[in-house]
Write a protein that binds this ligand. Structure first.
Ligand code: CP
Ligand code: NVA
Length: 311
């Protein structure tokens, strides 16, 4: 079973059928991995993990995922690589492809990931950019499928700004059959150009609602992220003021469906965008969600890196 694309840089690059292939492999492999009975389908394969921003979940889960398939990983920072400064993306992509079997990259610019994908002959996987966070959202969909049976027909409400996580949610809404609502102060929605481009390529059921209480009405999932993403630190003070009314607390969760899930990609700023009572409360599935990053990414790399028989 193979995917039609070499890389995994955006959910938009894949059809619903292919995303379902990833989700079903994830479902099949998860219990095997938990029981240590997963087959080593990728012995000797090496995944390069490039990080230009900090990470707990993405780094650890990718490095573990390739090991669980029988391979190994290599952690690389910009001190070693200098993509675009020490060396042109073309040279980095070409050379790394001679050593590695796949590259996972977390960086600032989506263009750098796209360039690397263009020049590398091995798969390139987006581990977060300023624009997108596709592995996170596919893992989150897996979690919702586990908890609610299916994401189709559900209402997912993102309380926060138009950022990498919410844009990937919107991309997913163009491929899956759920309603996506973003609730933010004026001026912090996903940009009209991103929405317009996506509308031409899918038909997401998307609504922006300024009032968070109105937004979470009938929500199956209430989703939070930090108000200030990595790289926006100088805006932290102003964002904290603007988003004051957007904290996910017991009162806000009380306006969602009674059995609504609370999700957060983590890291969370406890007491800021979410209260301890919600993140530690009965609605929260944040640790299952974090675990599922491992399972979904293992499925992605298993499908993208050829096995012995596929070479
Ligand atoms: N959710 C997520 O991507 O976490 P990290 O930043 O720790 O990788
Ligand atoms: N929007 C957050 C996600 C972290 C996983 C950030 O980019 O910092």
């Amino acid at each position: 079973m193979k995917l039609s694309k070499k890389d995994f840089v955006s959910i938009r690059d894949y059809s619903r059928e292919e995303l379902d292939i990833i989700l079903s492999l994830c479902k099949k492999q998860k219990p095997l991995a938990r029981n240590f009975t997963l087959e080593h389908t990728h012995p000797g394969r090496v995944l390069g993990c490039i990080f230009h921003k900090p990470s707990l979940r993405t780094r650890v889960s990718f490095e573990i995922a390739i090991r669980q398939l029988g391979g190994s990983s290599l952690y690389l920072t910009d001190r070693e690589l200098g993509i675009g400064s020490r060396e042109a993306p073309k040279d980095v992509g070409e050379v790394l492809s001679r050593y590695l079997d796949a590259i996972q990259i977390r960086t600032f610019s989506q263009q750098m990931v796209d360039d690397l994908a263009k020049y590398a002959s091995v798969p390139v996987i987006n581990g977060l950019t300023d624009l997108l966070h596709p592995c996170q959202i596919l893992g989150d969909i897996f979690t919702i499928n586990e908890k609610l049976g299916t994401i189709d027909g559900k209402k997912v409400v993102f309380i926060g700004d138009g950022n990498n996580v919410s844009r990937s949610w919107l991309n997913a809404a163009a491929r899956f059959d759920f309603k996506f609502v973003l609730s933010s102060p004026q001026g912090f929605n996903i940009s009209p150009s991103f929405i317009k481009e996506l509308n031409a390529d899918g038909d997401p059921d998307f609504e922006w609602i300024e009032d968070p209480f109105e937004a979470v009405k009938d929500a199956d999932v209430v989703y939070a992220d930090v108000w200030t993403s990595m790289g926006q630190e100088e805006e932290e003070k102003i964002r904290k003021e603007k988003f004051q009314a957007y904290q996910v607390n017991d009162e806000l969760m009380g306006h969602a469906k009674e059995d609504a899930l609370f999700m957060h990609c983590l890291p969370a700023h406890r007491g800021v965008e979410v209260t301890d009572s919600v993140i530690d409360g009965k609605h929260s599935v944040v640790y299952d969600e974090a675990e599922n990053r491992l399972h979904i990414q293992r499925a992605i790399i298993a499908l993208l890196i050829p096995t012995e028989s596929e070479l």
